[in-house]
Design a protein around this ligand. Structure first.
Ligand SMILES: C[S@@+](CC[C@H](N)C(=O)[O-])C[C@H]1O[C@@H](n2cnc3c(N)ncnc32)[C@H](O)[C@@H]1O
Length: 379
């Protein structure tokens, strides 16, 4: 497997695009005024610096620790350069979360009304909510990325707030490097599926943990004749995702469901995919999710999971990659890096020889590419 270069996970601030334009991304999206755009531009430029030149400098010190035989966890965390960098990164996270939350909060009622209208009008796709779906503990117990209320905050009727904030937040987080609509992971996964299973007629696709469908829509574009389904446990994200897909003219069937216990019969889909879902689950959930993927796939069907490339890093890069686990409420992130994912696929019923784990390049400008874990159910 190709390792991600230890330095340069992201490039310098001067080259960072703003990520979020002033105005509206689409008819269901929050309006962003020029002042808010300027705040987001600052957040993106700040992150460019912290993830670029400053991270490279910290990485040099981490590599020196490793070369001396010291653990960066012990030696580097006391050094001023690391402490300054880490504190600034935490402040940058809080800043863009606060800015995106404020943008959404000032128009929360209007966003819910727009989504309601779009959902009521005849249009492509569907939305099926199921209030009996329980949010798993690994999601309910932590606010991922320290976003208050995470994906689940519901303050008004038909709330879409977490979905709307997630769209702006994801664009700012990705510094505009994952495509104009943050579709990079879906583009990469769909392209991978095509080359991984060239003989497979891809007619029905399921996206697990879709949030607002940013990656899902890339599957609609890659396979325009296919029926595309997407599940998530978050009702407000699904409401927003459904309105967003319609506003962008795509047909997706969104459903509130747990990836560990899918409400679809055996053999329902040709492809089951996920995009950065796995690192937000748990050690106990993963085998159940893989078993459900296997169950709902047709014989010969393909499972394709896209993840952050946090495996097989050298010790210095691995130390810096764990920053999110320790400081950004990503409790499972570090554990995923050490798991035998291929073994879990085999345990779920996928033949060992067909399991692939690799790192593939971004379709846009994301440095370091994406980890892909894929397997096929025997025909
Ligand atoms: C990092 S986000 C996924 C991003 C999205 N796939 C994309 O590409 O834009 C993780 C999502 O997984 C959802 N999730 C977590 N555990 C889940 C489960 N067991 N079943 C369904 N959705 C789950 C969360 O609600 C959240 O929306």
């Amino acid at each position: 497997m190709r390792a991600v270069p230890a330095g340069g996970t992201e490039e310098a601030a001067a080259e960072a695009p703003v990520g979020v334009a002033a105005g509206r991304l689409h008819a269901a999206a929050p309006e962003v005024d020029p002042e808010e755009r300027a705040l987001l531009a600052f957040a993106v430029a700040f992150k460019g610096l912290l993830r670029g030149r400053m991270r490279d400098a910290v990485c040099v010190r981490a590599e020196a620790c490793v070369a001396r035989g010291d653990l960066p966890e012990e030696a580097l965390t006391e050094e001023p350069i690391y402490r300054w960098w880490s504190a600034a990164l935490r402040a940058q996270q809080d800043f863009y979360v606060d800015v995106t939350a404020a943008i959404v909060d000032r128009q929360l009622e209007a966003l819910a009304a727009t989504a309601r209208t779009i959902a009521r009008d005849p249009g492509p796709g569907s939305l099926t909510l199921d209030p009996s779906v329980r949010v798993p503990t690994y999601q309910a117990a932590v606010d991922i990325h320290c976003v208050p209320g995470s994906y689940f905050l519901e303050r008004i009727a038909d709330d879409v707030g977490p979905g709307a904030r997630s769209e702006l937040g994801s664009l700012a987080f990705a510094m505009g490097r994952h495509g104009a609509m943050n579709e990079d992971k879906g583009v990469v996964a769909a392209e991978f599926a095509r080359s991984f299973a060239p003989d497979l007629a891809i007619r029905r696709i399921l996206d697990l943990g879709c949030t607002i469908g940013m990656s899902t829509l890339a599957w609609c574009d890659a396979f325009p004749a296919a029926e595309v389904h997407a599940v998530d446990v978050s009702a407000p994200c699904l409401r927003y995702g459904h309105a967003r897909a319609r506003a962008l003219g795509r047909c997706v069937h969104f459903r509130q469901a747990d990836a560990e216990a899918l409400p679809y019969p055996d053999g329902s889909f040709d492809v089951v995919a996920s995009h950065i879902l796995l690192h937000e689950t748990s050690r106990a959930a993963l085998p159940r999710i893989f078993a459900e993927c296997h169950r709902v796939l047709v014989p010969g069907g393909a499972m394709v999971h896209v993840e952050v490339p946090i495996r097989d890093l050298d010790p210095a890069a691995a130390f810096l990659a764990r920053w999110d686990a320790w400081n950004n409420n990503e409790p499972f992130w570090g554990h995923l890096a050490g798991l035998d994912l291929a073994g879990l696929c085999v345990q779920a019923g996928f033949p060992q020889e067909g399991v692939v784990e690799t790192v593939v390049p971004s379709a846009h400008q994301k440095a370091g590419g994406w980890l892909v874990l894929a397997a096929r159910k025997p025909a």
